[in-house]
Design a protein around this ligand. Structure first.
Ligand SMILES: Cc1cc2nc3c(=O)[nH]c(=O)nc-3n(C[C@H](O)[C@H](O)[C@H](O)COP(=O)(O)O)c2cc1C
Ligand SMILES: C=C(O[C@@H]1CC(C(=O)O)=C[C@@H](OP(=O)(O)O)[C@H]1O)C(=O)O
Length: 390
């Protein structure tokens, strides 16, 4: 499967075209809208989220609630566009508009794509970079991820995410009886944290960062249950599932690192405390006594839950400005801003959930027969049975 996204942050709309969803899979707009609404929530967001009410228009590839096998096109309009029609207009500027709109962005913001993007494409107006590098684009990545989540859920695979750290406050509660419970608790938490106590401290940390004109980052954890074993590849470097998941995680704006299972702790432990012993039971077949490697060995699923974490750096736009250089005058200046999120880790947890779901759905579709959804379901079930009886 593949998808392409297009759209600028303050342009008319964002679009994604998805290719490769099996025919006959149920998918309706509310499946997508629920995910879009989840992405908009979260403590620490700026004023833009009050303007947007993200909802999807399905414009192709679905008929009467089922996929057709043809590309699925999804559109999300930007409500903010109406305030930007002149600045973001697609027609050549008329002489009278030119004065108003001519003001170019010549001051690159540290930590953003502005300067590198300008050096790549030659844009002297860095709006041409920032409009597309904005995490507004994650809206349609979540829309595509929602379709992937639907596919997984129909195959008995569930994906959830929670925030485990914000601004140095670490959640000490990591245990949950089921993913359903984890989802219920985190859906109620403004920071998507299982630990209420830590959640409150995270909100305090966000408040104080905001008061100080600063921003903070954090860590999110995605957990996936129900993947059949043997999905991915040890044969081809570019089909290793862990590498795809890592790439997807770090593709999220501001994400700088990724860990599986015990992650970087593995560097500090002997092998006997890292590897998961294999055992067998007539009901379950093969399974691991522990899951320190996070459900992946040799670039393939083990059948244990997948546990993958991503680290998000603090938001780069700061009310307490950082120094930069104006590309027109070459003079130093302190960046000034109008609005920004002070922490987007809770929202990014939803993005992480969806980009991981996409990679898993994609690996399944690539590995099993997938033109007809019912046939895909049957072959995934057959793989589970095969593994149990092997
Ligand atoms: C959900 C989400 C919301 C974000 N909101 C902002 C924001 O309001 N202001 C900002 O400066 N950066 C924000 N970012 C981060 C920037 O988009 C990102 O740091 C920038 O595009 C540079 O890319 P890089 O950090 O991956 O190198 C957000 C990221 C995510 C995932
Ligand atoms: C619009 C979204 O996030 C935006 C991501 C973002 C950035 O620089 O990445 C900057 C802000 O946009 P604006 O400059 O319009 O206030 C965020 O609001 C969104 O998540 O839907």
């Amino acid at each position: 499967m593949r998808y392409l996204t297009s759209g600028e942050s303050h342009g008319p709309q964002l679009t994604t075209i998805i290719e490769g969803l099996p025919a006959g899979m149920p998918l309706i707009d509310s499946d997508i809208n629920e995910e879009l609404a989840r992405r908009q929530k979260g403590y620490g967001r700026g004023r833009r989220m009050q303007i947007e009410k993200d909802t999807v228009q399905i414009t192709a590839g679905i008929r009467h609630g089922y996929t057709l096998g043809s590309p699925v096109a999804l559109v999300v309009e930007n409500n903010d566009w109406k305030h930007w029609t002149k600045i973001m207009g697609q027609d050549p500027l008329s002489p009278e508009d030119e004065g108003e709109v001519k003001r170019k962005i010549s001051r690159p913001r540290p930590g953003h794509a502005d300067l590198n993007g300008a050096l790549k494409y030659g844009h002297r107006d860095m709006r041409n970079v920032l409009e597309r590098s904005s995490a507004r684009e994650t809206t349609v990545r979540v829309a595509a991820g929602a379709a992937a989540k639907k596919l997984l859920s129909e195959l008995g695979i569930e994906v959830a995410a929670h925030v485990i750290e914000i601004g140095g406050v670490v959640s000490s509660k990591r245990d949950y009886s089921s993913l359903k419970e984890l989802k219920e608790i985190t859906e109620e938490s403004p920071v998507r944290c299982l630990d209420q106590n830590a959640g409150q401290k995270m909100m305090d940390a966000i408040d104080s960062a905001k008061e100080n004109g600063d921003s903070i980052g954090g860590v999110v954890e995605v957990i996936v249950e129900g993947m059949p074993p043997g999905v991915g590849s040890y044969v081809h470097y570019d089909r290793k599932l862990d590498s795809k998941l890592a790439g997807a995680m770090v593709s999220i704006n501001a994400f700088k690192g990724v860990e599986f299972g015990i992650g970087f702790e593995a560097a500090r432990k002997p092998g006997s405390e890292v590897h998961d012993e294999i055992t067998w039971d007539p009901e379950k077949g093969y399974y691991r006594k522990t899951n320190r490697l996070g459900g992946l060995e040799g670039g393939m699923t083990t059948g244990m839950p997948i546990v993958v974490r991503g680290v998000m750096k603090p938001i780069p736009t700061l009310y307490k400005p950082l120094q930069s250089v104006d590309i027109e005058t070459k003079e130093p200046f302190s960046a000034s801003i109008e609005r920004s999120d002070s922490c987007a880790v809770p929202a990014a947890a939803v993005v992480a959930e969806n980009v991981i779901a996409w990679e898993l759905a994609s690996a399944i579709v690539d590995q099993f027969y997938s033109d007809r959804f019912e046939a895909l379901k049957a072959s995934v079930e057959q793989q589970r049975k095969f593994a149990r009886e092997f």
